[in-house]
Design a protein around this ligand. Sequence first.
Ligand code: NAD
Length: 265
Amino acid sequence: MPQPYNLEGQAAVVTGSTSGIGQAMAQALAAQGVNVILNGFGDPAQIEADRRRIEAETGVKVAYHGADMTKPTEIEDLVDMARREFGRLDILVNNAGIQHVAPVDEFPPEKWDAIIAINLSSAFHATRAALPLMKAAGRGRIVNLASAHGLVASPFKSAYVAAKHGVVGFTKSVALEVARQGITVNAICPGYVKTPLVEAQIGDQAKARGIAPERVVEEVILAAQPNKAFIDYGQLAGLLLYLCSDMGGGTTGAAYTVDGGWTAA
Ligand code: NAD
């Protein structure tokens, strides 16, 4: 039997890891002995505090790079930081993402461009930069945080749904290209995860609709999610660690749902 995960000493870049899912995925990798490069926006003092906390809790090296995911040269430099800091790059998690909700004929073009750049094109730029390092090592793991919205649609989220469907297609295409080189490329498609972003929406919606927060969760936010429960970070981390490990070596080009049954309906 292979040891579970066995990732100690590896190096990872996790985009958009100063908050929410990305931060949880970076922590999960660090807890397995993986040196990590964090990325994302936020209060510099908070980012530094989080960086130090993860280092102290896990004993790995944690670095930070502030690359803006709309800027290809900054993304290349972020990926190259793994080579500079750790001399290797084993795992790339393309996670950074934003959302904007509006009818398509009222959708601000600059929001469309930003969502496509951050949610889709950044995965291309990071993958393009990471593959030479992974090919030289004969091994690599790329995990793209897509969404249930990479497989099905909701109204008023045209840019997000287009970008996430794009991520799933991109995942499959790259997986085919590198299938003989020890590199796997997969997408994780979560349903609703209780990130700070979603938590804020619960209070706002409850106030706007004049109903209790529990009803907002069940009837509004989790309307499409049959199990009526948020996905938690541990449920995503379990899949991420499996995909990154040797146990996940036979899995590539896949889009895995962790969505409480949403896309089965
Ligand atoms: P979040 O807002 O908590 O975190 C997003 C991260 O991306 C932050 O670290 C932020 O600083 C970073 N970011 C945003 N714009 C950036 C830019 N231009 N350059 C660099 N970093 C940037 O969001 P989250 O809910 O944790 O989402 C993470 C990913 O998971 C996204 O791709 C999202 O689409 C996806 N996802 C989220 C949910 C959910 O319910 N929360 C469900 C499915 C998929």
